[in-house]
Design a protein around this ligand. Sequence first.
Ligand code: NAD
Length: 470
Amino acid sequence: METYDALLASITPATGQNSRTILDPATGEAVGQAPVHTVEDLEAAIAAAATAQPEWAALGHDARSAALMKAADAVERSAEELAQLLSREQGKPLNGPNARFEVGACAAWLRATAATPLDPETVVDDGETRAELHYRPIGVVGAIGPWNWPMMITVWQIAPALRMGNAVVVKPSEYTPLSVLALAAIINEELPDGLLTVVSGGRDVGEALASHDAIGKVMFTGSTATGKAIIRSSADTVKRLTLELGGNDAGIVLPDSDPKAIAEGLFWGAFINTGQTCAALKRLYVHESQYDAVCTELTAVAAAMPMGNGLDENNVLGPLQNRQQYDIVARLVEAAKASGARVLIGGNPDADQPGNFYPTTLVADIDNDNPLVAEEQFGPALPIIKYSTVDEAVAKANALDVGLGASVWSSDLGAAREVASRIQAGTVWINKHGAVDPRVPFGGAKQSGYGLEFGAEGLKALGVPQVING
Ligand code: NAD
């Protein structure tokens, strides 16, 4: 699309269609109109997907990959307009690891997914038995997503699904439908009609998608509670599921680390997308020998990071996307303050300000069982917990029933890897946190979900394994 207005116009519902106004979380002003789709619209989208899918599957990997490459080019051509819309609707700033970064990741993931090889595997070939493992298309895949990284997570779900020969029906979050509709409109410039449809409905549409007998698989990213509901509603049709659920990632700073050198990495590990990130650092465990130095360095970094309206090129932190999430963060910080924990910075929201801005908040001298530590805050507030022995830190890191990511910070790579091997999480990063890569599998442990995304493992998850024996 050549302009922002043209992009917005391309997804604006026709007069007379059911719609609702989406508000900018920084200002409370209208961003645009989103269609309110119903279960009937979902039925139509699934029917169109089922019609389009066989021909798409018959094209083969090379032609499908070529279409995804073209879709990446189309996203790049409209990158600035997409970033503007994402910034207004989600709230994340254009700059920093935010809106422009997210749109760039969409193009990168489309290309990497297209380029990942997936050949049939000869499992046995001993003269008597010959068995080959293939991955066949599933059919129609449902993709249900959250509001924090709406464009990027949609690409994570739809790119491998399309590459593997499936059609996709997407149910975006009610909070950020415009971003997903706009992204899909751009990608659809390169795809056959009906293959990819966004149904911008509420929870009822999500439930109907997760229980529909024509849907072979659901890719779900969102909260653990909704993931459990989807397991239940998909049970009668024995759907395949990939579940990327909530996390409460621990970071452990070992006694030999360099506080000044790691402070900025720690900050962005926790505050990327203003803390609204599934695999963000949400509990920081620091050895007592370095506790004060880490608190001081981290506070200095936090104080230097501007927060404000995302369209201001200066800002790198934005508002919470919605009031519900703002209230969760405010409640957890208040609980920490009431317990006597020490606020190093922030914790004092300006009630008169329009928008959902919660200041960057660091909380020290806090107990491990405080709600700010034990619950997922999903916002700009980081608790910093002091520990005495590494065994104690590992035990505390592993004490929760979620395990998406974790990190270990140390100047000694060998020591860090040894500690990493003892942490119950789908990914453990060393001297960084939350860095995802389209070539590297990503998924959760414990109640953070199951199934892997990205790379060849991610492609396999969007196919039905079939053995040809003979
Ligand atoms: P959410 O679970 O409230 O909503 C996610 C989606 O599910 C929305 O589109 C919603 O409409 C839909 N939905 C709600 N109820 C449903 C039901 N019963 N059946 C089918 N669909 C239903 O999550 P959210 O608040 O949008 O996102 C925040 C959460 O997502 C956090 O917990 C975060 O950690 C998690 N998350 C995880 C990852 C990951 O990769 N593991 C990535 C991003 C976010």
